[in-house]
Design a protein around this ligand. Structure first.
Ligand SMILES: NC(=O)c1ccc[n+]([C@@H]2O[C@H](COP(=O)([O-])OP(=O)(O)OC[C@H]3O[C@@H](n4cnc5c(N)ncnc54)[C@H](O)[C@@H]3O)[C@@H](O)[C@H]2O)c1
Length: 312
């Protein structure tokens, strides 16, 4: 039986990962400071004999006995990561140092939830892992982008210097139930606005594209990545290459919710990337993975979640 630690386990992705780990028989320690996550995301697991929830901030060291560490702790949406940018960088950088230190002490295998944001506003499209990115080091998104880039550096240095078994995945936009309703991420924004019959806010002309991966597909990739042979480190892109413009997404959400919302346009925030699409060739080859859930199906499940949440 694996003893798995999930940092950020009470968040959107972390809570789904905890579900899957419990399902497959792991002993799960979920660590979170509840900045953007909540106990309600894991409330259904609280009585489970193989599940434990600990309030802890990863910027402080942690001493526990585990075999595997999934390092997800970090606010993921601009609204929250820009709220206290210094703490965001600390969470990525000190958090990585603390979790890598723990992995080194107990010889655990460790996976980092990195991000497509390490590519910044890319000149290469779609983005393969070999692309080094175009990131503004001093902009308002830098606390997140550079924090995650530095965390990757630390992972690879611990690997080279201390022979740690590391796995780095670069996650592209992922959506699904348990996303925060007002964290400004585009899928949750559009759905909540549509369900409330409010105007749907589109930044810029709405022609910028994103690719959206459903959470179940993402978690499957995370689990497969963790089980790859020791020498396979990544970084590996994980996401759905299907590309949609913001206007297309808004129209799909309006159709699914039956909403009377109108589209309204606002200026593009600074440093907002125009285009983002993963090249998932490496994931296909290395973990035999590609996303299975179509955008329409994933949105349906997500709309159902938000409908219930807003009605409560
Ligand atoms: N969802 C996406 O589209 C996406 C894309 C790229 C990368 N990621 C990465 O995946 C991870 C999970 O993202 P998510 O979408 O579930 O976001 P989320 O905000 O729902 O989850 C992050 C969790 O980390 C916790 N946390 C934050 N700072 C902490 C700290 N200092 N100590 C302990 N816990 C802390 C939060 O309370 C929350 O539960 C993040 O590292 C994020 O950068 C997510």
């Amino acid at each position: 039986m694996n003893r798995s630690l999930v940092t950020g386990g009470a968040g959107f992705l972390g809570s789904h990962l905890c579900d899957r780990l419990i399902e497959r028989g792991d002993d799960v320690l979920c660590v979170d400071n509840f900045f953007t996550g909540s106990k309600s995301n894991v409330a259904h697991l609280l009585g489970h004999p193989r599940f434990e929830l600990m309030r802890h901030d990863v910027t402080f060291p942690l001493y526990v006995e585990v075999d595997r560490i999934f390092n997800l702790a970090c606010p993921a949406s601009p609204v929250y990561y820009q709220h206290d940018p210094v703490q965001t960088t600390k969470t990525s950088v000190h958090g990585a140092i603390n979790m890598l230190g723990l992995a080194k002490r107990v010889r655990a295998r460790i996976l980092q939830a990195s991000t497509s944001e390490v590519y910044g506003d890319p000149e290469v499209h779609p983005q393969p892992e070999g692309y080094w990115g175009r990131v503004n080091p001093i902009g308002i998104r830098s606390c997140y982008d550079e924090g995650k880039r530095c965390a990757e550096t630390l992972f690879f240095d611990y690997h080279r210097q201390h022979r740690l078994e590391i796995k780095v995945i670069r996650i592209f936009n992922t959506y699904g139930p348990r996303m925060h309703p007002n964290d400004g991420r585009v899928v949750s924004n559009f759905i909540v606005q549509a369900l409330r019959n409010q105007d749907i806010t589109i930044y810029g002309d709405g022609q910028q594209t994103r690719s959206f991966c459903y959470v179940d597909d993402l978690v499957e990739a995370m689990l497969r990545m963790m089980d790859t042979p020791a020498e396979f480190t990544g970084p590996m892109n994980v996401g759905n290459p299907g590309e949609f413009t913001m206007i297309e997404l808004a129209e799909k959400v309006i159709a699914l919710t039956g909403s009377g919302s109108r589209l309204v346009f606002q200026p593009l925030p600074s440093d907002d990337p125009k285009q983002r699409q993963p090249d998932i060739g490496l994931a296909k080859k290395s973990i035999d993975w590609e996303p299975k859930v179509a955008l329409g199906d994933g949105l349906k499940a997500t709309v159902a979640y938000f409908r219930k949440l807003l009605a409560a």
